[in-house]
Design a binder for this molecule. Structure first.
Ligand code: COS
Length: 402
């Protein structure tokens, strides 16, 4: 059992502490048995994802993915709860973490910006696990540079006609509904984007490719060819797309840090167990100071990451509004830290750590994508530096005005 003193930190409330304990018991029973084997093909992956959504829904855990007026647990998305749940699931299975968070991220733009009608139509089914959700932002030449996207939608009466392609979309091929970001306006860059909810059975929508990645997850390429989407499925106003994408990421980026934290905690536990068990030169390797250094570094960095993750989640939950800087720090530090901690856990395991099927080998593959998706580490650094620079500029301007 990983170290849990962080549950006493002041960022959390008693309801979070209770959730953490209850959710861990449930995951131990319902998720641990599913985490043994990785599916070998797309059909196996899709079956596993559906089974995970079904189990999460049966436990009422997907209610944390949407706000309470539309089938959810709390009035607004509770980032601390989402973080605790991702952190827990990641300790058992990357796919369980993925299936859980995609219900929240995939429907997040609807929760945050949908009309009452759209929320009522989609959110209760997401919370009940009856519909699987997806968030379609990235394109082949537009990952970090969101404003460069070329997928476009032209207004035609009471429909938008959508054309273009999205790539590496989580749940692509599996989801029942996609929030698709596209260009609708003449305004350049970020100002010309909008967000539409597209049902998977809409004529003109196709999943043209599935991707094999180092840690298998359902990822697809989406194609839209004269795909007609009702204007009622527009989220917010025309031109709000960039703001909708960034606001959704403001909620979910901290949770990527939390998932990384879960992977790191599991790797640290595996390293501790192996260090005590493995005998080398006549004694357990835990007795050697070079091994202790690795264990000490991991324990300290895990706590540092947890502080940033729960600081960020607490800030969003208690203060609302934009949360770019804290979320960027949490995601950047926790994902980079987890990569390092897992790498060192593999080192402690030695040869057995690179054998396919060992837990640290799986974690070594699982963590890699988290330094890329929902904003690369490099983008997070640009965000943090940008905020620091503009704070200094604002201070100087204020002084000059005195
Ligand atoms: N919430 C609400 N509005 C936001 C916002 C946020 N978090 N961040 C930016 N905006 C608004 C800004 O206020 C600005 O509006 P105005 O033009 O009205 O002033 C507009 O959006 C553009 O903002 P900005 O100029 O800061 O955007 P940049 O083009 O500089 O881009 C980065 C910012 C690079 C940080 C952004 O594109 C990004 O995060 N990229 C990574 C995207 C990503 O995560 N991709 C992975 C795919 S998802 S798996």
């Amino acid at each position: 059992m990983p170290e849990q003193t962080y549950l006493n930190w002041p960022f959390l409330e008693d309801r979070h502490r209770e959730l953490a304990v209850e959710f861990r018991c449930w995951a131990d029973r319902e998720i641990a048995p599913l985490s043994e084997k990785e599916p070998k093909d797309d059909a196996g992956l899709d079956d596993l994802a559906r089974e995970l959504v079904k189990r999460l829904a049966a436990g009422d855990w997907l209610q944390y993915s949407v706000p309470s007026p539309w089938g959810g647990k709390y009035e607004t998305l509770d980032v601390r709860a989402l973080c605790l749940m991702r952190e827990t699931l990641a300790q058992y299975s990357g796919m369980a973490d993925f299936s859980f968070v995609m219900q929240g991220l995939g429907s997040g733009p609807i929760s945050l910006f949908g009309s009452e009608e759209i929320r009522r139509k989609y959110l209760p089914d997401v919370a009940a696990g009856k519909r699987i959700a997806a968030f379609a932002l990235s394109e082949i030449d537009s990952g970090s540079d969101v404003a460069a996207m070329t997928t476009n939608a032209r207004l035609d009466g009471d429909h938008y006609v959508l054309n273009g392609a999205k790539t590496l979309i989580s749940n692509g091929g599996l989801a029942d509904q996609y929030v698709v970001f596209c260009r609708t306006e003449d305004a350049p860059g970020a100002r010309g984007l909008s967000a539409l909810v597209v049902d998977a059975d809409t004529v003109g929508f196709d999943v043209t490719e599935r991707f094999d990645v180092i840690a298998p997850h359902p990822l697809g390429r989406l194609q839209f060819t004269d795909c007609r989407v009702p204007t009622a499925n527009l989220l917010g106003n025309p031109g709000d797309g960039f703001k909708i994408a960034m606001s959704s990421l403001d909620v979910f980026r901290s949770t990527v840090g939390a998932a990384a934290l879960g992977f790191a905690r599991r790797a640290h536990d595996e390293a501790l167990a192996q260090a005590r068990r493995r005998i080398s030169f006549g004694k357990p390797i835990a007795d050697y100071q070079l091994i202790q250094e690795k264990l000490a570094d991991a324990a300290m960095k895990i706590d540092a990451a947890a502080l940033l993750v729960y600081r960020s989640a607490w800030t969003k939950d208690t203060q609302g509004g934009r949360l770019t800087r804290e979320a960027a720090m949490a995601k950047l530090y926790a994902t980079e830290m987890a990569q390092e901690v897992i790498d060192q856990a593999v080192q402690v395991w030695g040869g057995m750590g690179v054998v396919v099927g060992s837990t640290v080998e799986r974690l070594y593959r699982e963590i890699r994508a988290l330094r890329i998706y929902e904003g690369t580490s490099e983008i997070q650094k640009l965000i943090i530096a940008g905020e620091a620079l503009s704070a200094t500029e604002a201070e100087e301007t204020a002084k000059a005005a005195e």
